[in-house]
Design a protein around this ligand. Structure first.
Ligand code: GGG
Length: 342
């Protein structure tokens, strides 16, 4: 039986992951779910972001269903790095997929009707860039302090993410970088992108600097199908694209390795400490992440059914306050599940 390791982690994650599992069950997923205690309480107690006994269990799972990690009581970056970044790096989940699909026109902050049919995919490099934690602080705490954060880009890392983007695109891949200012890394991205584009003559391609990409995403997001970019730019642009389709509560993501088939699926949002624990958080991002998980596991019909149920619930106004509804977190899970059962 397919084994799913469940890591709700902290805050909003604890509320949205049970709703995602509820919806998976309603969709007929016959999976074995096993939840592990990876959270701030555990970290503050033991100092271990992921307990040593839990790590091998995560390696045995077919997929990981993840909530959100972070806690106002924990102010060292080692916790986030020791949970989410460790999973992405050590499982080599080098593809981070962040789709942005508009389920109902009313959710877009953009005014013109013709700008509202948004359906794009950000393919973010997930294991390199500025997130690898290389660098350091010299003369710390003094007026002469120097802080260095290295931006790591490898030929393998850039090539495989650009190849992946061309593999999933039907029409066009837009490569986004900042090669006019970040010249060394930018040159590598430019060279690899041009070489890989030549192997895919049926897919159009163009390049945008990240500042121009941010502007174009707001001006007309419907022009984009697939955007491929590095770790930092993908993180930033995908918050922007989430806002174009209804906000952080609705945005899903997949962290995958296409070769090993490993995957970790999580809403783009964080722990939302300002609203967590009051049944206000939107579970749609987590539910759509679960739908990406079942698609990755080969159950496309189930994924389509979940996405259809989400769209129907949103259009009927069966949603949380951030989307203009009045339902609680679990009532949204119920509304989506009911549509799958009916
Ligand atoms: N599901 C995304 C996630 O967990 N991101 C980590 C993060 O941004 N944590 C900071 C926070 O939740 O405040």
């Amino acid at each position: 039986m397919t084994k799913i390791a469940v890591l709700p982690c902290d805050g909003a994650g604890k509320e949205v992951v049970p709703e995602a599992i509820k919806v998976l069950r309603a969709a007929g997923a016959n999976f074995e779910f096993e939840e592990f205690e990876v959270n701030a309480d555990q970290y503050l107690r033991t100092g271990e972001p992921i307990p040593a006994a839990v790590w091998p269990q995560l390696l045995l799972a077919d997929s990981i269903l993840f909530g959100a990690v972070g806690d106002p009581r924990v102010n060292d970056a080692a916790y986030l790095a020791g949970v989410l970044l460790r999973l992405r790096f050590e499982l080599d989940l080098y593809v981070n997929l962040r789709p942005a699909r508009l389920y109902d026109d009313r959710l877009s902050p953009l005014r013109r009707e013709d700008r509202r049919k948004i359906d794009l995919l950000i393919v973010r490099e997930n294991t390199e860039g500025l997130y690898v934690g290389m660098g350091g602080r010299f003369k710390r705490g003094t007026d002469q302090e120097v802080a260095i954060q290295e931006d790591l880009n490898t030929a393998l890392g850039v090539s495989r993410i650009v190849e992946y983007a061309f593999g999933v695109a039907h029409r066009e891949v837009v490569m986004v970088d900042k090669s006019n200012a970040m010249t060394y890394a930018g040159a590598l991205w430019q060279e690899r992108w041009k070489a890989i584009a030549e192997k895919h003559p049926n897919i159009k391609t163009r390049h945008l600097y990240v500042d121009a990409a941010a502007m174009q995403l707001v001006r007309d997001p419907t022009q984009f199908e697939v955007i491929v970019t590095g770790n930092l730019f993908g993180d930033v642009l995908s918050d922007l694209t989430a806002e174009l389709i209804g906000g952080m509560g609705i945005a899903p993501s997949a962290n995958i390795n296409p070769e090993s088939k490993r995957g970790l699926f999580e809403p783009v949002h964080g722990t939302a400490p300002d609203i967590a624990g009051r049944a206000l958080v939107n579970p749609i991002g987590a539910i759509l992440s679960a739908s990406m998980m079942v698609r990755h596991l080969g159950h496309s019909d189930m994924a389509d059914a979940i996405e259809g149920a989400v769209k129907s619930a949103i259009r009927a106004g069966d949603c949380t306050r951030d989307l203009g509804g009045s339902l609680s977190t679990h009532e949204v899970g119920d509304a989506v599940s009911k549509r799958l059962r009916d």
